[in-house]
Design a binder for this molecule. Structure first.
Ligand code: URA
Length: 483
């Protein structure tokens, strides 16, 4: 095989499986990297006839690390035309240096990891900066967005929108690839033009209002803002027309902003008391994948002031899931739910009810800390309905991943998220509620309510009632297991 030139033509820019099959055959047959030209069907001039692949068998040749496969899967979505050759060169070198991916100084490893990182970053940008426009009315309503990604990420990023906007029909058009969702299935078609996603619609104004409401001049850092929202994305964002006037306004409004609570975002068409949709039937993701995705959540403005997303924690298949309101000061810093004073109260009550915390999945309805600064203290603020709604897909996806038999909603915010509507605690307390065929819910008070009670008797009485609710949960679980 040596000496011959090989032209490998992949089906598309994102044809990882094609690259993998070809690379396997080539490496098995000892074909060195410098004798291969990698290209893609669409951009291959006809004079480049594809070479037939050498025969390949299933016998393992050498161990290829899972880390390489994962990184390669991302890096192949990069725009750099040299990526196929680079990945093959790495694979080729892995024959003699199996641990090459662990060498942080290797130029090929550095370039591959950089490409994978840039692709992931672009995926997050797409999640954050796609803006849909509404077309049609009633059953014919469709949402269309125009986006110009740098890398080949449409297929990678589209499932996020399918989960987020599961019940709507939408299309994301890009110059190279378009994604479409009809409420049931994702499909992809060839690229489109900006004119195909024409411009004026009622949602433009909504985005502008929303952006103006979340813009926080006290934290204005123009460079950082441009890094997060690079200028190239601005022209497709309705709210971008506000950026210059808002910056000009910033100094004047800063003092006033510090003195008052940030206004709640005004998102489109949300009545405060409107019930939330029943949890969509998401295809379960692993908790690790969910946690990684949630780390970049920008679905509501709370991420801006919080230290980090505080995702749920506990066994992947816990039969009991506890839902609180939102992380507090300590949780925000530690990145873990219920580790501060409310967490200590919860731990004590769980122990008194005979429930092992290590066996419970503990999470919150809202996953960023909401607060107002008061001197050195960060004062907890109750999340509002748009914030609870924006965060609910994470709870739904945790639910789909864990499939607990029982969910305990602690406090009004958790009850709103778990039951999908605003509902008084007292009305539901002690009642086993069916969430679906396989999942029940109980509602109780939030442990921090116990901490706030001023008199000792009331605290002892309410603590006992809280423990009683947890004992009821333990007994419901036992019965469900025995059934
Ligand atoms: N309160 C909550 O609701 N959740 C936490 O994680 C901590 C305090």
């Amino acid at each position: 095989m040596e000496g011959l030139m090989h032209t490998i033509v992949l089906d598309s820019e994102t044809d990882f499986d094609g690259w993998r099959a070809a690379a396997r055959a080539l490496v098995q047959n000892g074909v060195p990297p410098e004798t291969i030209v990698w290209t893609v069907a669409d951009r291959t001039p006809e004079l480049f006839a594809p070479s037939a692949l050498p025969p390949c068998n299933d016998a393992p040749t050498f161990a290829v690390s899972a880390a390489f496969i994962e990184t390669a899967r991302m890096a192949i979505l990069h725009r750099d035309p040299a990526r196929f050759a680079l990945l093959y060169r790495l694979l080729w070198r892995m024959r003699t240096v199996p641990a090459i991916m662990t060498n942080p100084a290797d130029a090929d490893v550095i370039r591959t990891e950089t490409m994978a990182r840039e692709v992931r970053r672009e995926e997050h940008k797409m999640h954050a900066f796609v803006r849909f426009r509404e077309f049609g009315t009633g059953a014919a309503t469709r949402f269309v967005a125009w986006f110009e990604p740098t890398h080949h990420i449409v297929e990678l990023a589209a499932p996020f929108f399918a989960r987020r906007f599961a019940s709507m029909a939408w299309s994301i058009l890009t110059p190279e690839r378009c994604a479409h969702w009809n409420g049931h299935a994702l499909t992809f078609t060839a690229g489109a033009t900006r004119a195909d996603a024409s411009s004026d619609d009622p949602l433009e104004e909504t985005w502008r209002i929303y952006y103006a409401s979340i813009f926080n001049p006290a934290r204005l850092k123009v460079k950082a803002m441009q890094a997060e929202m690079p200028k190239k994305y601005w022209r497709n964002l309705p709210e971008a027309s506000l950026i210059d006037p808002l910056i000009a306004e910033a100094v004047r409004t800063t003092q006033a902003m510090i003195a008052r609570e940030a206004p709640a975002p005004r998102l489109a068409r949300q009545r405060k008391d409107a019930p939330m949709a029943t949890p969509a039937r998401h295809k379960p993701d692993s908790l690790a994948a969910l946690r990684a995705e949630a780390a970049h959540c920008r679905a509501c403005p709370l991420w801006k002031d919080a230290t980090q997303t505080v995702f749920g924690e506990g066994p992947e298949h816990a039969s009991l899931m506890l839902v609180g309101e939102q992380p507090g000061d300590k949780e925000d810093l530690a990145g873990k739910p219920f580790v501060g004073p409310a967490g200590m109260m919860l731990d004590r009550a769980l122990a008194d009810a005979g429930i092992e915390r290590g066996k419970v999945y503990v999470t919150n309805a809202v996953k960023h800390f909401k607060f107002v600064p008061r001197g050195k203290i960060r004062l907890h603020q109750k999340p509002n309905t748009p914030e609870i709604r924006a965060c609910r897909p994470w709870y739904e996806r945790e639910l789909a991943a864990i499939k607990p038999a029982l969910v305990i909603a602690m406090g009004a915010t958790a009850a709103q998220s778990v039951l999908g509507k605003i509902t008084p605690i007292g009305k539901n307390r002690g009642r086993v509620i069916d969430l679906d065929d396989a999942t029940r819910a109980l509602v109780t008070v939030h442990p921090s309510y116990l901490l706030r009670l001023p008199d000792e008797d009331a605290r002892a009485r309410e603590y006992a009632a809280f423990v009683k609710d947890l004992k009821l949960a333990a007994s419901v679980l036992r019965k469900l297991k025995a059934a």
